[in-house]
Design a protein around this ligand. Structure first.
Ligand code: NAP
Length: 342
C-alpha cells in the first residue's frame, strides 16, 4: 500500500543568520518506503511550531543535536497510524511523537528519538496534545513546580504569558494559590490572560513600562519569575525580586535571532542581595513523569478550571512563514500547523 504514497517534506537547506529566510528551507518529495517488520507509517495531522526550532537550526553543542543540513526539520506532531507492522500500534490509532515537518513519518515503532505514544482523540481536541498536554505544558508544569517551587500566597511573574508555556505556567500557579502577573505584548493578549485565564494582572510590555508595572502589581516583590523571553525584561524583573526569589530560565526568545552576542542580565547582583537563585530547565528531563502532569491538568480541564488556546495555521507549505510568527508575537496561543484534515 505504501509504495504509491508521496511524502512532502521540509528540509533545512542552510543555517540561518538572524531570522530564518525562505532560502534556509528546501521543499522535497519522496516516496514512502515499504514497511519492515516492527515499523509503522503515520500520517501527520498537526505539527508543533516551537521557538526552540530556531536553536535546533544552529550548529554547536546544545541539549539536543542540531538538525543537519538537508535533514527533514525536527518537529513534534500528532498523527494517525495508516499502516502498521508493529504490535504496539494499530491502523487508526492516534499518536504523538517527533514526526518532523513532513506529511508522513515511517520507521521503527520504538524509535527513541521519535518517542511515539498513543493519545486519546476523544479526551480533548487533538491540538491540545501539542499544547497544555504536550511539550509546552510539561515545560510549564515541571519548570514552575520543580524549579520555581511555588507556595500559596507567593507572587509569580511569567513572560510570554499568552503563549503556549506562559498560559499554562500562570494557570498552574493560580491552582497552587499564587498571585500571578503576566507579561505579554499588546492589550488583547493581556485581556485574555486576565479575563479568560484568571491571572491577577498583566503588563503590556509593548505599551507600558515593565518596571512601573511590576512596582504596581508586585508590591511585595517577585517570588518566582518564569522567564520565557530573557533580555531587557529579565533585567527589569531582577530589579524587583523578593528575598529568596527563584528565577526559572525556560527560554530567551528575545535573543534567539541575534546576530550580536546574547544580552546577559546586567542586574544579576540582585541575586546576591536577595539571596535568590536562577536555574535553567529542559523539559525532557521530566519525561518519566509527564503522565503526572497530564493527569492533573486533564482533571482541571474536565472541571472547567483550566484552559488552553491554540493558534492553528493551515498547510505544510506555510511552515517557513508560520515559524516567523513566534518571533514577531503574531501567534496568539500555542502555534500549530495543520497539515492534513482529521
Ligand atoms: P509562545 O510563547 O507560544 O510564542 C512565542 C512568544 O514570544 C510570541 O508570541 C511573543 O509573544 C513572545 N516574543 C517574541 N519575541 C519577543 C521578544 N523580543 N520579547 C518578548 N517576547 C517576545 O512560545 P512557547 O512555545 O510558549 O515558548 C516560550 C519560551 O519557552 C521560549 O523561549 C521557548 O524557547 C521556551 N521553551 C523552553 C523549553 C525548555 O525545555 N526549556 C520548552 C519549551 C519552550 P508577545 O506577543 O507576548 O510578545
Amino acid at each position: 500500500m505504501s509504495e504509491s504514497i508521496t511524502n512532502k517534506q521540509v528540509r533545512l537547506a542552510a543555517r540561518p543568520v538572524g531570522l530564518p529566510k525562505q532560502s534556509d528551507w528546501k521543499f522535497t518529495s519522496a516516496t514512502v518506503p515499504d514497511l519492515k517488520e516492527g515499523e509503522v507509517l503515520i500520517k501527520s495531522l498537526y505539527l508543533s511550531l516551537d521557538p526552540a526550532m530556531r536553536g535546533w537550526m544552529n550548529e554547536g553543542r546544545s541539549y539536543i543535536r542540531p538538525v543537519a543540513i538537508d535533514e527533514v526539520m525536527r518537529a513534534g506532531g500528532i498523527g494517525k497510524v495508516v499502516a502498521s507492522r508493529s504490535p504496539r500500534f494499530a491502523v487508526g490509532d492516534h499518536v504523538a511523537g517527533t514526526l518532523g515537518v513532513q506529511e508522513y513519518w515511517s520507521g521503527p515503532a520504538d524509535d527513541r528519538e521519535v518517542a511515539l505514544h498513543k493519545i486519546d482523540p476523544a479526551a480533548v481536541p487533538l491540538p491540545k496534545y501539542l499544547n497544555a498536554l504536550g511539550m509546552p505544558g510539561m515545560t510549564a508544569y515541571f519548570g514552575l513546580l520543580e524549579i520555581g517551587m511555588p507556595r500559596a500566597g507567593e507572587t509569580v511573574v511569567v513572560s510570554g504569558a499568552a503563549g503556549a508555556v506562559g498560559q499554562t505556567v500562570g494557570q498552574v500557579a493560580k491552582h497552587k494559590g499564587c498571585r500571578v502577573v503576566g507579561i505579554a505584548g499588546g492589550k488583547e493578549k493581556c485581556d485574555f490572560v486576565v479575563n479568560e485565564l484568571g491571572f491577577d494582572a498583566c503588563i503590556d510590555y509593548k505599551n507600558e513600562s515593565v518596571r512601573e508595572g511590576l512596582k504596581k502589581h508586585c508590591p511585595k516583590g517577585v517570588d518566582i519569575y518564569f522567564d520565557n523571553v530573557g533580555g531587557e525584561i529579565l533585567d527589569d524583573v531582577l530589579a524587583k525580586l523578593a528575598m529568596k526569589a527563584r528565577i526559572v530560565i525556560c527560554g530567551a526568545i528575545s535573543q534567539y535571532n541575534n546576530t550580536t552576542p546574547v544580552r546577559g542580565p546586567a542586574n544579576y547582583m540582585s541575586l546576591l542581595v536577595n539571596r535568590a537563585r536562577m536555574e535553567g530547565m529542559v523539559v525532557f528531563d521530566y519525561a518519566d513523569r509527564y503522565h503526572v502532569a497530564v493527569a492533573e491538568m486533564s482533571q482541571w480541564m474536565k472541571e472547567g478550571s483550566f484552559r488552553s488556546r491554540e493558534d492553528i495555521v493551515q498547510g505544510l507549505e506555510k511552515f517557513p512563514e508560520a515559524l516567523l510568527m513566534l518571533f514577531e508575537g503574531k501567534n496568539f496561543g500555542k502555534l500549530v500547523l495543520q497539515v492534513a484534515a482529521e
